[in-house]
Design a protein around this ligand. Structure first.
Ligand SMILES: [Mg+2]
Length: 233
């Protein structure tokens, strides 16, 4: 196996969990929907289901986060969603400090990778400034590539090519660490990278997608696959 010189990381559920902060930001907007003359129909549970479906469609790349917020407002009888777009962004980004929790060992592992001379970058599907704010909160020091800005989403090969460009490492000396078998592992392997599946939740790896190069249960296990020192090229 070729020695690792560069590592790309997924963000959500790999470096940190955000405790549904986008769902909560939408729920907080419901009060404004009522005060602005919109309709809030159904129970809280119905609202949560609707919001989660909307966020899932957005995460699948069907529309941008701003379009999701406009749709949310329009579905409740408020076709001009400008105010909601601004408010949603403000609430979501402002919630990061309170909601985001890093995975155990992320800090120390990143510090050790830096000592060993490993290049690191984040490649995440999501929107800015939310994802950059999350990376900052985790204490990640390195480039953060966000799909809304680079115009490419995982699992596309183009997204991983952008990552390789930023890391400046050869494909065979690079690995990608993520929790999603499809977007992270299949995508990175198709682009020729080594892969590390982080399974801190103890899930079963699906049968219908390529196996990762390595599986780890806790973040610091990553150091086992990384050389003690990388020679400057
Ligand atoms: Mg993830």
């Amino acid at each position: 196996m070729d020695a690792i010189q560069g590592i790309g990381f997924d963000l959500d559920h790999t470096l940190a969990i955000d405790n549904h902060l986008e769902r909560v930001a939408f729920l907080r907007l419901l009060k404004s929907v009522s005060s602005r003359g919109g309709r809030v129909l159904g129970t809280l549970s119905d609202q949560i289901d609707g919001i989660d479906r909307l966020l899932q469609r957005q995460r699948n790349g069907e529309f941008t986060i701003d379009e999701a917020v406009r749709l949310f407002a329009a579905e409740r009888g408020l076709p001009n969603g400008d105010w909601f777009v601004e408010s949603f962004r403000e609430i979501a980004v402002g919630s990061v400090e309170e909601f985001l929790v890093s995975l155990p060992g992320v800090d120390q592992t990143m510090e050790e990778l830096q000592k060993r001379g490993i290049q690191v970058a984040v490649l995440t599907n999501g929107w800015n400034p939310l994802q950059k704010r999350k990376a900052e909160q985790v204490g990640f020091r390195g480039p953060v590539l966000v799909s809304s800005e680079i115009g490419e989403r995982k699992p596309s090969m183009a997204a991983f090519e952008r990552l390789l460009h930023v890391l400046g490492t050869e494909t065979r000396h690079t690995c990608y660490v993520g929790d999603d078998p499809h977007d992270d592992i299949t995508g990175a392997q198709a682009a020729g990278l080594q892969t590390v599946w982080i399974d801190w939740e103890g899930r079963a790896y699906p049968d219908n997608v390529p196996r990762p190069t390595h599986t780890i249960r806790a973040f610091p296990e990553l150091l086992e696959f990384v050389p003690q020192c990388v020679r400057a090229s």
